[in-house]
Design a protein around this ligand. Structure first.
Ligand code: NAP
Length: 263
């Protein structure tokens, strides 16, 4: 199947590693021109070099902090200067800290709001004029299975990601007439540094080994294992591509079958 991504310009936020890198890699393998962004300069440049070496496509590395409005605008300018108009955007960021209601004050809530929800608003607002100028586009927000089943000790994440899911659905209806699709992708347990550090936290708290925590998590995943960033990346690239041209406003999970809800 031709995904129609060759030569398309894709901006992927939070993509020096993990889920963002997985999608960037899948896009680059399809010949898209990919603009990466993350805060740690050395890591995002290394990630770009790895993708260029593997795929031979053009990959741009950017220092990006999605919590800073000026940084998002600079990322957009760098991308359009290098590649022209933007066809695809992946909205992604690091996760808010773990904790329960009594652990957080107003400053914690505000930080999570800026990191997760306002970054989505600002990235989408920034790219829309470019997508409109090229006659359409595709936006993919990365949230979590927690928008369907809130996860204990991830309160800030649960609440803010629900806002992003609602933003994606609302915008999909508003932007469809302009040929801009918006979908929301929910990772379950994809094997990344973030998931490994959450496992380590639980292991510490419950005096278990990390291997025991992982085995316990795998027991409740119907497919019996964590997902890989390659599996996640392929689904993300598909949803961004013309092959998914009739799919918008959808919330789709890559979770090995974990979510128990029918819808
Ligand atoms: P990861 O492996 O830790 O990678 C996070 C990436 O985001 C890195 O490239 C990091 O680079 C970048 N980043 C972090 N903060 C940033 C910021 N303010 N601006 C720009 N880039 C930033 O994490 P992941 O597992 O891929 O997770 C990505 C998101 O999905 C997180 O919000 C996570 O909570 C969520 N999620 C993941 C899973 C899963 O199964 N992996 C499940 C549910 C939800 P720098 O630190 O250099 O900026």
């Amino acid at each position: 199947m031709d995904l129609g991504l060759h030569g398309k310009v894709a901006m992927v936020a939070a993509s020096s590693k993990g889920l963002g890198f997985g999608i960037a890699q899948a896009l680059a393998r399809e010949g898209a021109l990919v603009s990466l962004g993350a805060r740690t300069e050395a890591e995002v440049f290394d990630a770009a070099d790895a993708l260029i070496e593997e795929t031979g496509t053009d990959v741009l590395a950017n220092v990006l902090d999605v919590t800073k409005p000026a940084s998002i605008l600079e990322w957009l300018d760098n991308t359009t200067d290098a590649f022209g108009g933007v066809d695809a955007l992946v909205v992604n960021a690091g996760g808010p800290p773990t904790g329960n209601f009594d652990d957080f004050d107003d400053a914690d809530w505000q930080s999570a709001f800026d990191l997760t929800l306002m970054s989505a608003v600002r990235m989408i607002r920034a790219v829309l004029p470019s997508m409109r100028a090229v006659g359409g586009g595709s936006i993919l927000t990365i949230t979590s299975v927690s928008v369907k089943e809130p996860i204990d000790v991830l309160l800030l994440s649960n609440v803010m990601r629900s806002g992003v899911a609602s933003l994606a659905k609302s915008l999909s209806r508003q932007l469809a007439s302009e040929n801009i699709r918006v979908n929301n992708l929910l990772p379950g347990r994809i094997d990344t540094d973030r998931v490994q550090s959450l496992d380590a936290l639980r292991a510490d708290a419950q005096d278990l080994s990390i291997e025991d925590v992982r085995a316990a998590n795998e027991l409740i995943i119907p497919l019996g294992r964590y997902g890989t960033i390659e599996e996640f990346g392929k689904l993300g690239a598909f949803l961004l591509s013309d092959a998914a041209s009739y799919i918008t406003g959808q919330t789709i999970a890559a979770d090995g079958g974990s979510i128990k809800t029918v819808w």
